[in-house]
Design a protein around this ligand. Structure first.
Ligand SMILES: N[C@@H](CCC(=O)N[C@@H](CS)C(=O)NCC(=O)O)C(=O)O
Length: 220
């Protein structure tokens, strides 16, 4: 089994975190053929995005589906809570990240440069982002993690995205309060940082993301 992609990607970092909390060691490596648009990579994953998990020569794309696969293939240690309602909460956090937070990140990411900013697009995206963080808080159960006392799927999905949101809002001078800094989300983040395995992966992710954002800023 091989994971392709860069740890700078929140989608790749999610899979690495999820594998780790399940006791599966999974480090990403460079895409075959030299990149995610190479014919070799596209054969495994025609979507041409990272990550891809290669299992027995077959490619599985989409980070959420890769996490589902890992949960099915490595059931010994679950990455979801035990209680059905708690499982739903953890999955709901992950779903909200994918369908409400991620779409709001795109316009913010493309408008980091204040001199070339589409302010209307940014304003809408920031409002969507703030609303989505509210949905996340509503989906969360008793903490300190998204659901309970240990990290599960929701945490692994939310954490790298939170890193990205904080870095973008910090670097872009958007003049809005960080929607991930509410008391519940701060308590959640503190729990993530207090979890040695999660912190180690999030630190590597954050460093790689810094380098990526610096490269992108140089092109704007
Ligand atoms: N829905 C996909 C999104 C993956 C994604 O957008 N990955 C980005 C990196 S963060 C990518 O590969 N972008 C390259 C491209 O779109 O060409 C997933 O969950 O895996």
């Amino acid at each position: 089994m091989k994971l392709y992609g860069s740890i700078a990607s929140p989608y790749v970092a999610r899979v690495v975190l999820f594998a780790k909390i399940k006791g599966v060691e999974l480090q990403p490596s460079e895409a075959p053929g030299g990149g995610i648009k190479s014919p070799e990579y596209l054969k495994l994953n025609p979507i041409g995005k990272m990550p891809t998990l290669e299992v027995n020569g077959q490619g599985i794309g989409e980070s959420a589906v890769i996490c589902d696969y890992l949960e099915d293939a490595y059931p010994q240690k679950s990455g979801l809570p035990k209680d059905p309602l708690d499982r739903a909460r953890s999955r709901l956090v992950a779903r909200i990240v994918d369908i409400y937070i991620s779409p709001a990140i795109g316009p913010i990411f493309r408008n980091m440069n204040p001199a070339k900013r589409d302010t209307a697009a940014v304003e809408t995206a920031l409002q969507d982002l703030t609303k989505a963080c509210g949905y996340i808080e509503h989906a969360m159960g008793a903490g300190p993690f998204c659901v309970g006392a240990t990290p599960t799927l929701g945490d692994c999905t939310l954490a790298p995205t939170t890193v990205l949101v904080r870095k973008m809002l910090g670097a872009g001078n958007f003049g809005v309060p960080d929607p991930t800094s509410t008391p519940r989300l701060q308590a959640w983040w503190k729990a993530m940082e207090g979890h040695a395995d999660c912190k180690a992966i999030l630190d590597v992710h954050a460093t790689a993301l810094d380098a990526f954002l610096k490269t992108m800023a140089g092109r704007r």
